[in-house]
Design a protein around this ligand. Structure first.
Ligand SMILES: [Zn+2]
Length: 386
């Protein structure tokens, strides 16, 4: 690749990382920036907006360039995980910094570097030569409930068009540019005990923990069941289990106050072809027996497509690899699976995502542009590989 393209990609990644679009803040300004970038390349823009539960403006941008049907879509998110624990000492999380052939910054790997690669790749495609459309779907809140993808799924005219016309969708989450055809989902639930707060120097309080404690051993047994019973395994994944995790919180936490709330927060990674309902039912039953609240929270469905699907095989040829893989993290693909011809392929290593010194290598940025350019050419211009 020529150096100018790389410089452009690096600069665009830095511009994106500089927006502190942590999921609990608004992503409106970074979305405006993405929209401007796409508009400058003659994309038509859909602007999907909502106000989240904390009153912050959230935006997903859907862009389209070129007529015809089918074509190709690139999918990303602009929100990033928090950076309070940022540990890279040469610069802050939102001050992108080059160091040792890497770009450091929150979101550099997950997934603003990928988005920059796709935007630059689109700029290398002559719109006059397009035989099918190129779409961009750039969502909010992917890290915290995928509300942006949910809105796109239910409201976007362009997304409906993609569904109806068999567009190939590339979710650009970091996979080291490996082609992925399956991922786990996610399910949150809470088990809750309520008491009454009071200063412990009085007898007024009811400690919420005391109702919960006898149930904990049984909750642990359900977790063990999820790990050991083969019906809860799918060998497509590593690890092949649901990765059932529990945390316990108290409110208030001061040690001289009786807590009015004790809550077990459970999260597990749902898998295709694994029915986890018996585990949920066992948890619900236990809650009834111990007079605890059972609260089933939001979930993301697991996602998988046939690994021998023609679009998977085409993408393998584009990246020059022999076989596709599965991953254990969820993506917007779980929400957007009405789009049948989906795959995941993006620059950067998931090991570097969400870390306190998040980075992406220059090499992955260079290769990312190349892969997306070839994919856009293949599905939206000639139907050939170059
Ligand atoms: Zn991501």
């Amino acid at each position: 690749m020529n150096g100018r393209i790389f410089e452009k990609t690096l600069q665009l990644t830095k511009d994106l990382v500089a927006y502190p679009s942590v999921s609990h803040e608004s992503n409106e300004s970074v979305s405006q920036f993405v929209s401007n970038q796409l508009s400058a390349q003659n994309f038509d823009i859909e602007w999907h907006h909502y106000v989240d539960e904390k009153g912050k403006n959230k935006v997903s941008v859907v862009g389209k360039r070129g007529g015809g049907r089918g074509g190709v879509a690139y999918l990303a998110h602009t929100d990033v995980v928090p950076a309070e624990d940022w540990s890279f000492d040469l610069s802050g999380p939102f001050e992108p910094k080059e160091h040792g052939a890497r770009l450091y910054g929150r979101g550099s790997c997950d997934m603003k570097g990928s988005l920059a690669c796709a935007i630059v790749a689109a700029s290398q495609i002559d719109a006059e030569q397009q035989s099918g459309p190129i779409y961009f779907v750039v969502t909010s809140d992917e890290e915290v409930g995928m509300f942006g993808a949910k809105q796109v799924n239910s409201q976007s005219i362009y997304f409906q068009e993609m569904v109806d016309s068999g567009t190939v969708g590339i979710v650009g989450e970091p996979t080291c540019l490996n082609v992925v055809h399956a991922h786990k989902g996610g399910q949150r639930l809470a088990v809750r005990s309520r008491g009454r707060s009071a200063h412990t120097s009085t007898n007024e309080g009811i400690n919420a923990n005391y109702q919960l404690i006898p149930a904990l051993q049984e909750l642990l047994a359900i977790r063990q069941e999820s790990e050991t019973n083969p019906i809860y395994r799918n060998s497509l994944f590593d690890p092949p289990t649901l990765s059932w995790n529990m945390t316990i919180t108290n409110e208030p936490e001061a040690v001289n106050v009786t807590p009015s709330l004790a809550q077990v927060n459970i999260f597990f990674r749902a898998m295709p072809n694994v029915n986890h309902q018996p585990l949920l039912e066992a948890t619900r039953k236990l809650c009834t027996q111990h007079a605890l609240e059972f609260d089933l929270r939001d979930c993301v469905a697991p996602w998988h497509v046939a690994s021998d699907g023609p679009w998977i095989q085409d993408m393998l040829r584009i990246v020059g690899q022999a076989e596709s893989h599965s991953v254990c993290f969820a993506t917007d693909a779980g929400i957007l699976q009405r789009l049948e011809r989906l795959l995941i392929c993006g620059p950067g290593d998931i090991q570097q995502a969400h870390r306190s010194d998040e980075w992406i290598s220059f090499d992955q940025l260079e290769k990312g542009v190349e892969v997306y350019r070839r994919a856009f050419e293949f599905w939206a211009t000639t139907g050939q590989l170059h």
